[in-house]
Design a binder for this molecule. Sequence first.
Ligand SMILES: NC(=O)C1=CN([C@@H]2O[C@H](COP(=O)(O)OP(=O)(O)OC[C@H]3O[C@@H](n4cnc5c(N)ncnc54)[C@H](O)[C@@H]3O)[C@@H](O)[C@H]2O)C=CC1
Ligand SMILES: CC(=O)C(=O)O
Ligand SMILES: [Mg+2]
Length: 372
Amino acid sequence: MIIGVPKEIKNHEYRVGMVPASVRELVQRGHQVLVETQAGIGIGCSDEDYVSAGATILPSAVEVFAQAEMIVKVKEPQAVERAMLRPGQILFTYLHLAPDAPQTEDLVHSGAICIAYETVTDAKGGLPLLAPMSEVAGRMSIQAGAQALEKSHQGRGMLLGGVPGVEPAKVVVIGGGMVGRNAALMAVGMGADVTILDRNINVLRDLNQQFENRAKVLYSTAEALESHITGADLVIGGVLIPGAAAPKLITREHIRNMKPGAAIVDVAIDQGGCAETSKATTHQDPVYLVDDVVHYCVANMPGAVPRTSTFALNNATLPYIIALAEKGYAKALLDDAHLMKGLNVIDGKITCEEVAEALGYEYHDPYGLVKA
Ligand SMILES: NC(=O)C1=CN([C@@H]2O[C@H](COP(=O)(O)OP(=O)(O)OC[C@H]3O[C@@H](n4cnc5c(N)ncnc54)[C@H](O)[C@@H]3O)[C@@H](O)[C@H]2O)C=CC1
Ligand SMILES: CC(=O)C(=O)O
Ligand SMILES: [Mg+2]
């Protein structure tokens, strides 16, 4: 198969779809990998590193998209990239379609086979291709939140851990999955007063085991959300209903009642955000205020630490890239029900129920559309 890796073009996005070591694995199996010039520069990998691994360097994304049978990326395709997709071409990347009608419409019209990292599942009920970036974003959320609480960023002027004789900041983590657990780990490590809310009782049990008495673990009712959000210095939004738009658990009213200078890091912004007041921001201009509450809503947080993130992402994606290249998309999907969950769009039809429901498309059973 001919696999194409374009340079990412989203604001301050320095990750890349494949590291040279992944290219080598594909080339050794007889596949051809086309990499856009400078695609790996953000992670410190030069064109020469990719050539040594067996890649062919092309001068532009236009050529990569024109020649490749499968495009492997990181972020959802931007409008200019969507325009380069063609019927039957495989797109393997994050998509986050439920909150993104324009992208969904373009992918439907492209006729491409669009497999989203974030809806691929595993046998343990996890999301193996979302997990590594959620680990990164969860950990980063505390760094971002700590900065947001600084006075120069219009925060309350609090140190997360306090100092002897002065109270630490109250950090409330909504959603105790990959993002939440990693956020809590960092916040506890910095000495903050940490509360985690989730609705899954098994998740609560696991968190309780992991954190013992170092974090409070609570069931997420409307009442618990209200009292903890309005009492918080820093709220981390890490909820997810896979494939669906994020539930708006932090309301306009909560924001009004929060302390001036308190901060929200809405990691769930890539699924539309879990605060009614959230709108996506960029690494260039990451925060804004609503009712004196600092909002950080960067939808590609791991893009800021691209070396860590790209290697972590590739460790997870490589086996699936190999399966798609070796077997072709149809057999790869039909052989693996978990990879099939990643299929969001094929032949102009939506095959992810949550996306169809969120955006008013007809849902199509993927098994009716993917033919051996
Ligand atoms: N902004 C960014 O750069 C990044 C964003 N993300 C996003 O972060 C979000 C969370 O991802 P993960 O932690 O991997 O998901 P996850 O599935 O591991 O965890 C989500 C948790 O939310 C819980 N939840 C669902 N409804 C809830 C409710 N009403 N109250 C409390 N908890 C509830 C679930 O039980 C689950 O434990 C996703 O939207 C993901 O796409 C992930 C990586 C990077
Ligand atoms: C998951 C996601 O949105 C990211 O890594 O940018
Ligand atoms: Mg206020």
